[in-house]
Design a protein around this ligand. Structure first.
Ligand SMILES: Nc1ncnc2c1ncn2[C@@H]1O[C@H](COP(=O)(O)OP(=O)(O)O)[C@@H](O)[C@H]1O
Ligand SMILES: O=C(CO)[C@@H](O)[C@H](O)COP(=O)(O)O
Length: 571
């Protein structure tokens, strides 16, 4: 089928730094793409940096909702110019949003959404629909008090993880709502509805409040996963003893079927951009759940998303919650779960290390010196027998995995992991690039150990394939180190859409929702049409005998380093 015949599907991704859109045909081939970069396109207007405002005194991180409204109009204007065929060929839309963020709608929201006037931009109309002009961002860490209350509510952190799939995390929406109620009681009282970023974007596109999604709802510490219902106790904690029913109304009941239409597109977009009136909006999910929909992900395969955050994702039928990681409902497959590790100190922490080196002259990406340093440093910086291994933590923000304050720590140990010592005097700055990437990967390996087993023969336990997505996946030096540390018996692959995987997963979700036969699962439908050629590229062999084992020997020391720093937190 040519790119321009047959129905098309549009996927959005409203992430931290960008709003991206991608259109695919029924053969899963990309037909058009467009994006808005918040800093480049609107940085001056909104005074944001990397898509957000940061208030250091309180730990608040938040984004102006008006910026996103302007971005929706702009990305659609750009997309309509990039499309080889009329926008009316788009049959369905889905997509994703950065997880945990919330938008507070006021009592006029429903009426304003219903009556959008195509002659005026969205921002002029929907800024009046908000009870709060800002959306808390996932990097926010202003909720320590709420975090302690959530961890204690059901007994302890592990109990909370059993019920909600995660221990309490600063960014989780239940805690954020609880804090808004404490510090901005009027905002909470004036909020008629509360959306997650994903359902907020779906709401604007539908011209009506969209339900929360089956997977994204698990990022709130409010959803009882074993019973698939709101936890009344946790709602009451967030909303106050008499407020549970009211909060439940504000949030609404989530849509449990990830594959149905939630409504047709609003006439605003029909008149302004030429969408068909029949075009359906399918529930939007979180950006990480959408990422696992960007390809048919088999058990024992892992995805590492190298966006602003770094996330490690697996698709699993087993629910094994633990306070240090996350389980979410799978966005399309009932009974399956998404396992996730999420690090705040991902892309931006690597950028900070990169920026300590001289700016490369005439480099195409700006990462050339960083990459040279990574590749010229041997694993763990052990060049000769007897050299000590170097490991470290580079947190420019308070981290959650584990919950350690901002700072940089450099440690060394023997190559067998013994004799761990802090190295306050550090090492040459050219050594940091390899150590930061290795240490980020060691943390993922440490925490995903229980989910992997030997893929075949007598190979050590490790993922089968590792897929890389997000901006950092474009970097060959980072890719190499991830293969060294995490293995991957069948190799490390990069998705051709690179930074656009979540939007692509959204487009595939829309396609599946509107084309599936009765009972046909997402993996069945997408698996039949997906081809490796044109979708992924092998970028590293993955498992290297000898090297993988070297990193295995220092995993214990890595854990010990974290424990030492965690113990300091408690004093
Ligand atoms: N060539 C590169 N090498 C390493 N990192 C890169 C490269 N290109 C982009 N990045 C990183 O990708 C990040 C943005 O990734 P992206 O997936 O678009 O993020 P998000 O979805 O969070 O907005 C940037 O913060 C940057 O650190
Ligand atoms: O908080 C999380 C997941 O728990 C983040 O992964 C956000 O979902 C934002 O992702 P990016 O903007 O980095 O894509």
């Amino acid at each position: 089928m040519s790119a321009d015949s047959g129905p098309l599907y549009l996927g959005f991704d409203l992430s931290t730094q960008q709003l991206k859109a991608i259109v695919v045909n029924t053969d899963l081939k990309t037909v058009a793409e467009a994006k808005v970069d918040f800093d480049q396109d609107f940085g001056e207007t909104y005074g944001i940096q990397k898509g957000v405002h940061v208030r250091d005194q309180t730990g608040e991180v938040y984004a102006p909702v008006a910026l996103w409204l302007e971005s929706i109009d702009l990305v659609l204007e750009r997309l309509s110019k990039a499309m080889p065929v009329p926008m009316s060929s788009i049959k369905g839309i889905s997509g994703s949003g950065q997880q945990h963020g919330s938008v507070f709608w006021n009592e006029r929201a429903e009426e304003l959404l219903r009556g959008l006037d195509p002659a005026r931009p969205l921002v002029e109309q929907l800024d009046k629909a908000l009870a709060h002009e800002f959306a808390p961002n996932w990097q926010d860490h202003s909720t320590q008090k709420e975090l302690e209350a959530f961890d204690a509510e059901l007994g302890d952190r592990e109990k909370l993880a059993e019920v909600t799939g995660s221990g309490a995390h600063h960014r989780f929406t239940g805690l954020q709502i609880m804090r808004i109620r404490r510090v901005l009681p009027d905002v909470y009282a004036n909020s008629k509805r509360i959306s997650l970023v994903s359902s907020w974007l779906a709401s604007v596109l539908m011209g009506a409040i969209a339900p929360l999604d089956v997977s994204d709802v698990c990022g709130m510490n409010l959803w009882d996963i074993p019973n698939q219902t709101w936890s009344e106790r946790l709602l009451a904690l967030s909303a106050g003893p008499d407020g549970a029913a009211d909060l439940r109304k504000k949030l609404g009941e989530p849509r449990m079927d990830g594959g149905g239409s939630v409504g047709a597109i609003s006439s605003y977009f029909v008149s302004k951009y030429g969408f068909s009136q029949e075009c359906q909006v399918v529930s939007f999910t979180g950006d990480n759940p959408a990422t696992i929909l960007a390809l048919p992900l088999r058990p024992l395969d892992a995805i590492v998303s190298l966006g602003t955050s770094t996330t490690f994702l697996m698709n699993t039928p087993t629910y094994k919650p633990d306070g240090s990681y996350h389980f979410f409902n799978h966005p399309t497959t009932p009974g399956n779960y998404m396992f996730m590790l999420c690090y705040k100190n991902g892309g931006l922490a690597r950028e900070k290390v990169r920026d300590t080196l001289p700016t490369p002259e005439g480099g195409a990406t700006g990462w050339e010196n960083f990459n040279k340093a990574v590749l010229e440093t041997p694993p763990l910086d052990i060049a000769n027998e007897g050299d000590r291994a170097k490991i470290g933590l580079y947190f420019y923000l308070r981290e959650t995995v584990p919950n350690i304050r901002a700072g940089t720590w450099r440690f060394t140990c023997n190559s067998d992991g013994s004799d761990l010592k802090e190295s306050p005097e550090g090492w040459p700055k050219e050594t940091d690039p390899r150590v930061i990437v290795e240490s980020q990967a060691l943390s993922m390996r440490l925490r995903s150990q229980k989910l992997v087993h030997s893929p075949r023969d007598s190979l050590p336990a490790q993922p089968r394939r590792i897929y890389l997505v997000g901006g950092g996946s474009l970097n060959p030096a980072i890719t190499r180190v991830l293969g060294d540390v995490l293995g991957g018996a069948d190799g490390v692959y990069k998705l051709d859409v690179g930074g656009n995987a979540c939007a692509l997963g959204g487009a595939y979700k829309a396609l599946w929702a509107l084309e599936r036969k009765d009972g046909e699962t997402f993996d069945e439908l997408i698996g039949k049409r997906w081809t490796e050629e044109g979708s992924i590229e092998k970028v590293d062999v993955g498992y290297r005998e000898g090297t993988y084992e070297k990193y295995g020997k220092v995993l214990g020391a890595f854990e010990e380093m974290e424990k030492k720093l965690l113990a300091e937190e408690e004093h």
